[in-house]
Design a protein around this ligand. Structure first.
Ligand code: 5GP
Length: 231
């Protein structure tokens, strides 16, 4: 039986990698897709662990050969999910988590309508700006223009939140991780049959509260702070 495809998207600097890394130790049977990219490795990144780093020429050849489920250009570099990554995960009976941007998420939704998509929001532009500044300082690249560009892009990405099945707000890290784990558990229960255990019930209730349609009150202040119009 094919596994479940989870998608997580978030503006750059929302703390997505931290959440995804914590999820790894909490949730069994969930594979993390390693994307291809033409950008260079950052900090302690290792080839084929964080990304498959490659050249634009090779990436474009992969596009021509139809090797990508989706691909997009983000901040001047190409990123893509190889079809072979999905095949390998599902052949082993594992679910797969794709950490991709909003353009890639839209492509996957079209090709795999059963995919479950999650949008992670930073709590405010101020928190996002602080995280972006800390990260670029740690990487020895404190460039205000780059930070301004990422903040503007964050607003554009947040405008797409309604396309996603679930919304998380990364104000309290542990809570966001717990909600993410609950969404995975709830979707597994939904697809594999009823689960009457107290843990299962709790996951279903928590995940339900994170559904986009049920999150309006929680995300209203975030949308207002980013100047995103609701309608
Ligand atoms: P970063 O360079 O900071 O690791 O990632 C920049 C953006 O590219 C993030 O929003 C990340 O989700 C997105 N991204 C990473 N891999 C892929 C991919 O395979 N496809 C798409 N469409 N976006 C990706």
């Amino acid at each position: 039986m094919a596994g479940i495809l989870f998608i997580i998207s978030a503006p750059s600097g929302s703390g997505k990698s931290t959440i995804v890394n914590q999820l790894r130790s909490l949730v069994a049977g969930l594979e993390f897709s390693v994307s291809w990219t033409t950008r260079g490795p950052r900090g302690s990144e290792v080839d084929s662990r964080e990304y498959h780093f490659t050249t634009r020429e090779y990436f474009e050849e992969m596009i021509r050969n139809g090797e990508f489920l989706e691909h997009a250009e983000v901040f001047g570099a190409l990123y893509g999910t190889a079809r072979s990554t999905l095949r390998a995960a599902f052949a082993q009976g594992r679910d797969l988590l794709l950490d991709i941007d909003v353009q890639g998420a839209a492509q996957v939704r079209q090709k795999c309508p059963e995919a479950v998509s999650i949008f992670l929001m930073p709590p405010s532009p101020e928190v996002l700006a602080t995280r972006l500044r800390n990260r670029s300082r740690a990487e020895g690249d404190a460039n205000e223009k780059k930070i301004e560009r990422r903040l503007a892009k964050a607003k554009q990405e947040i405008e797409n939140y309604r396309e996603y099945d679930y919304i998380l707000v990364n104000d309290v890290l542990d809570r966001a991780v717990e909600e993410m784990a609950a969404i995975v558990a709830a979707e597994r229960i939904r697809r594999n049959g009823a689960n009457g255990t107290p843990d299962g019930q709790r996951a279903l209730e928590l995940a339900e509260r994170c559904r986009t349609a049920n999150s309006e009150d929680r995300i209203r202040p975030v949308l207002e702070a980013f100047g995103v119009r609701k309608e």
